[in-house]
Design a protein. Structure first.
Ligand code: ATP
Ligand code: MG
Length: 242
């Protein structure tokens, strides 16, 4: 499980996280929401050790992330699939190379073995016959799927999605949401979705954590969130146009 305790992070004078406490149990899907710039991406970067806390800590499977050495951090990261904001595919690489990159760079696996795994992960996200294509030839939704296949390549215990449906039309968004939900149940992965899309939240998440003013302002179900008569929550819902 993931335990975030009293996490503080500033950049210069800007205090972004001011004491975040959050527990994410194994197998659950949690949506992290909040206004643009409130620190959602900063928070999830701490989970995989891409940022170091000023104070407080993140614990994953009993290990304090900021105390790990390089090798331990590598081991920890291999338990995570990460779909970055934007798909972050390499334009010069084919789909096969993009999805298999972690394996070709970090394991002694043969090309044919990697291809088998790549194909298996592409099947999971309903993509076939595109191994030799380059990202530029793919639609936005397909790129997200390829990014997702790449995130799955190490058989992660956790998947982090940063804004998986941003920039997609409603129908494509729907299919990505379905995939996130389906994968979370089928692979029994613990799923963390950062999003400002309340439609997605309702479809995929067991639980919502809302960041406001550097802390977890709300934690609960989608229904509890929608029924809240707290001013901050009501104005957030209104602003998302949901
Ligand atoms: N590496 C960094 N150096 C300096 N400032 C940063 C850095 N990373 C994030 N910030 C600042 O921290 C704040 C929170 O950023 P973050 O990316 O977490 O927002 P967010 O909630 O993910 O927003 P969005 O919904 O727009 O993606 C922003 O003001 C941002 O400019
Ligand atoms: Mg962000």
């Amino acid at each position: 499980m993931i335990r975030i305790h009293n996490l503080h992070k500033s950049f210069g004078d800007l205090q972004v996280l001011k004491g975040v406490d959050l527990e994410i149990s194994d197998g659950e899907t949690i949506a992290i929401i909040g206004r643009s710039g409130c620190g959602k991406s900063v928070l999830i970067k701490h989970i995989v050790g891409l940022l170091q806390p000023d104070f407080g800590f993140v614990e994953v499977n009993g290990q304090i992330v900021s105390e790990l050495n390089e090798k331990e951090l590598y081991m920890l990261r291999s338990k995570f699939g990460f779909l970055f904001q934007g798909s972050a595919l390499f334009d010069s690489l084919t789909v096969e190379e993009n999805v298999g990159l972690t394996l070709s760079e970090n394991t002694p696996m043969k090309k044919s073995e990697i291809r088998t795994i790549v194909n298996e992960k592409l099947e999971l996200v309903n993509l076939r016959g595109i191994l030799d294509q380059k990202p530029a030839e793919l639609s936005g939704g397909m790129k997200k799927r390829v990014g997702l296949a790449r995130a799955l390549v190490t058989n992660p215990q956790y998947i982090l999605y940063d804004e998986p449906t941003t920039g997609l039309d409603p129908i494509t968004s729907d299919s990505i949401d379905e995939m996130i939900y389906d994968l979370s149940k089928r692979l029994k992965v613990t799923t963390i979705v950062v999003t400002h899309d309340m439609v997605s939240v309702k479809k995929v998440a067991d639980k919502i954590a809302m960041i406001h003013d550097g802390k977890i302002y709300f934690i609960g179900t989608h229904d509890e969130f929608m029924k809240s008569n707290d001013q901050v929550i009501m104005s957030f819902i209104k602003r998302t146009g949901y």
